[in-house]
Design a protein around this ligand. Structure first.
Ligand SMILES: *Cc1c(COP(=O)(O)O)cnc(C)c1O
Length: 305
């Protein structure tokens, strides 16, 4: 896991923000590591250490064809001399997309399984079969979320706290692993807002469940905003794409449409509609994921600049 740098926190200067009487900053975790980018670095950190400690020679994990987690695990395996196996949802489509091509180039062995089988990935028999088929492997769940991922994201929270303090910390949420680490890594008064990249109202409960795996405390220092999913996971609408392109032009900061673009759109919308107390110092976390943009643009005709 070498080459990690402490990414900068930059202020986003924008009339819209000044006019609303708040200040917005961004933690550029998209710049933390050349290949194991964003929150995935922190989620893998202690899992890799544990795999090595257990003398495992292979990492096995799961994901969709565009998964940032698959990409990051392949890169982390290569960097740490561990074999990697990616169990990919759906059929193999040739030529492989950018994410899977890169994963293979990092040495990951890809196994494509049907969507029906993929749904069983957390069942005991499925895991047992995997262990039989690939002995001496360390299994990391989909999205990389487990208790060691939470531990890594607690370190991430400490890194941010050493840099500066904020009234609100905002980040995108998928499985809830990263936000769980921030919630438990920050002091209890810190307000943390998760922007769901998925449609539905289940994430708050999911996060509460994950927090229980860490401690019996009841954490009330967070909320989940479910209003900016743009139709659901990996779905998008024209106003999201326009927002991402304008944000890049204005601030020279790239966002992607699956996670960070939705979060930033949500933050801007809330800022303009009194969602933050005046004089608030807000931090948006750029959780990375930029590798996904290549495949996205290929699929949708270069709509993101
Ligand atoms: C995986 C990912 C997330 C979601 O993280 P969780 O820990 O699953 O909530 C957010 N942003 C980016 C860029 C990601 O790749």
């Amino acid at each position: 896991m070498m080459e990690k740098t402490i990414s900068p926190i930059q202020e986003i200067k924008d009339e819209i923000i000044t006019h609303a009487g708040v200040r917005l900053f961004i933690k550029r975790e998209d710049l933390n590591h050349p290949t194991i980018q964003g929150n995935k670095y922190w989620k893998l950190l202690y899992n890799i250490k544990e795999a090595k400690k257990q003398n495992k020679h292979t990492l096995i994990t799961f994901g969709g064809a565009f998964s940032n987690h698959i990409y990051a695990t392949a890169a982390a395996g290569k960097a740490n001399n561990l074999h990697t196996i990616g169990i990919i949802r759906g059929e193999r489509i040739n030529p492989l997309n950018h994410t899977l091509t890169a994963a293979e180039a990092y040495g990951m062995q890809l196994h494509f399984i049907s969507r029906a089988d993929y749904r069983k990935k957390n069942e005991d028999t499925f895991i047992k079969d995997l262990n039989l088929r690939f002995p001496n492997s360390y299994i990391i769940p989909e999205g990389g979320t487990n208790s060691l991922a939470i531990k890594g994201c607690q370190d991430f929270a400490k890194e941010i706290q050493n840099q500066d303090t904020f009234d609100a910390i905002c980040l995108s949420v998928g499985t809830g692993g990263t936000i769980s680490g921030l919630i438990t890594g920050y002091h209890l008064e810190q307000k943390i807002i998760g922007f769901s990249s998925l449609k539905g109202n289940f994430l708050k409960k999911d996060v509460q469940k994950l927090l229980l795996t860490y401690s019996d405390n009841t954490y009330t220092n967070f909320s989940i905003n479910n209003n900016y999913h743009f139709g659901g996971y990996a779905k998008h609408q024209p106003e999201l794409i326009t927002f991402i392109n304008e944000f890049k032009q204005k601030h020279n900061i790239p966002l992607e449409p699956i996670y960070t673009g939705k979060m930033m759109y949500g933050i801007y919308d809330l800022i303009q509609n009194g969602g933050f107390a005046s004089n608030s110092k807000i931090l948006a976390i750029h959780t990375g994921g930029m590798q996904g943009l290549i495949g996205f643009n290929k699929r949708y005709g270069n709509i993101i600049i």
